[in-house]
Design a protein around this ligand. Structure first.
Ligand code: XUL
Ligand code: CO
Length: 441
């Protein structure tokens, strides 16, 4: 590891894999990047990514109190010099952790200027630093995005604002953010509709706002093609927070929206567990809905607290959750452009820099265990065989004919009149299958 001039995490060296017996809190117990499973290394399967907004910019404030984070490198300003320092901090962290990717919003990395032109210049100067650091460390950008929800100008939304100038501003900002992502060779670009929704329908023309969002995304696709950016576009569903209702409320709503506005070929979904649970679904449900449509792209790998009704963005530690996620991901043949992005923050009480390492190490180990367990379940084959058998009536005879579109209602009536009644199915065996999963967890 080529050292930087200044070290920001002096007590931490490169995190190593030490195996399940290790008691070292700054070591991986399960994530062994070069270990091969199912034909790929763990590093290639999981494609971990660290988020700039939480890990580098998060101050650990909440609605009742100011930030508690101790970050010795912060000088209390939002200057360009500070932005450059943060970029160096970020890459030291990424390198020591061994994360192959990172992700950012435009405004995470560089401050807003007095107008759009100065803001763009600020961004360009930090992009130079990011490029240099990417080159130095080999860390890549999983996806870029634009922050269209913090500044007061986006109070009514961005693409779905009632004010056409706000649409124009957001479009200009997204244009630049896509260009910057392209410049940094990003593998993708995310649209999370932070304020693309409403707080009350009394003041909202829902149809007009949805049409504007469709138009906005088409403009982005056109620009992507114009500049030759080959990264994948994603939509990240979330049902609410900060708005009462977001138009991209869940995977099914997004897919419907993309189909309605003829955008399905240009987008995949970036799914997040806490967003799924806020929508009243499990992450597994959301993954399977997206996979069924051939539209799962990437995941945000945080989790929530089911006793709390908001997005807590916690690091994942639940092995059942990571096992279920990895069963779905392996089932679809793995990530292509996407990855496992820790859109997660340490708790307000965990305010020391080293907590950032503990949090990511834990999340990476939880996913590595989920991956190992899911691979073992697939190798064992009993689960897949059970599901295959459960649907076997569709493989031959009347089932195969229905699937092939060779039966009308008349033919089905004739078939049933002749047969008289139904041969009972076998049990669904839910408890048996839950026990089977527990054999591996
Ligand atoms: C908010 C959220 C965002 C997106 C990127 O809940 O998940 O951080 O991931 O804009
Ligand atoms: Co997210």
């Amino acid at each position: 590891m080529k050292r930087q001039a200044k070290e920001f995490f002096p007590g931490v060296s490169k995190i190593q894999y030490e195996g399940p017996k290790s008691k070292n809190p700054l070591a991986f117990k399960h994530y062994n990047p070069d270990e091969v499973l199912d034909g790929k290394t763990m590093k290639e399967h999981l494609r971990f990514s660290v988020t700039y907004w939480h890990t580098i910019r998060g101050q650990l404030s909440d609605m009742f109190g100011v930030g508690t984070a101790i970050r010795p490198w912060e000088d209390g300003t939002n200057s360009l010099t500070m932005a450059e320092t943060r970029a160096r901090v970020a890459f030291e962290f990424l390198e020591k952790l061994g994360s192959p990717f990172y992700a950012f919003h435009d405004r995470d990395v560089a401050p807003e200027g007095k107008d759009l032109s100065e803001t763009n210049k600020n961004l360009d100067s930090i992009v130079k630093v990011l490029k240099e650091e990417q080159k130095r460390t080999g860390v890549r950008l999983l996806w870029g995005t634009a922050c269209l929800f913090v500044h007061p100008r986006f109070a009514h939304g961005a693409a779905t604002s009632c004010n056409a100038d706000v649409f124009a501003y957001a479009a200009a900002q997204v244009k630049k953010a896509i260009e910057v992502t392209h410049e940094l060779n990003g593998a993708g670009y995310v649209f999370w509709g932070g304020r693309e929704g409403y707080s009350t329908l009394l003041n909202t023309n829902l149809k007009r706002e949805m049409d504007h969002l469709g138009r906005f995304l088409h403009l982005a696709v056109d620009h992507k093609k114009a500049i030759g950016f080959k990264g994948q576009f994603y939509i990240e569903p979330k049902p609410k927070e900060p708005t009462k209702h977001q138009y991209d409320s869940d995977a099914a709503a997004c897919l419907n929206f993309l189909r309605e506005y003829d955008l399905l070929k240009d987008f995949k979904l970036n799914l997040e567990t806490n967003h799924a649970t806020l929508a009243g679904h499990t992450m597994q449900h959301e993954l399977e809905v997206a996979i069924a449509a051939g539209a799962l792209g990437s995941i945000d790998a945080n989790t929530g607290d089911l006793l709390l009704g908001w997005d807590t963005d916690q690091f994942p530690t639940n092995i059942y959750l990571t096992t279920e996620i990895m069963l779905s991901i392996l089932g679809m043949g793995g990530f292509k452009t996407g990855g496992t992005n820790f859109d997660a923050k340490v708790r307000r009480e965990s305010f020391e820099p080293v907590d950032l390492f503990y949090a990511h190490i834990g999340g990476m180990d939880a996913f590595a265990r989920g991956l190992k367990i899911a691979a073992a379940i697939r190798k064992d084959g009993r689960l897949a065989e059970f599901v295959r058998k459960r649907y076997s009536s569709w493989d031959t005879g009347i089932g195969a004919k229905i699937e092939a579109g060779q039966c009308d209602l008349k033919a089905l009536e004739a078939y049933m009149l002749k047969k008289g009644d139904i041969t009972p199915n076998t049990s669904g065996r839910q408890e048996f299958l839950e026990n089977l999963i527990n054999e591996f967890v």
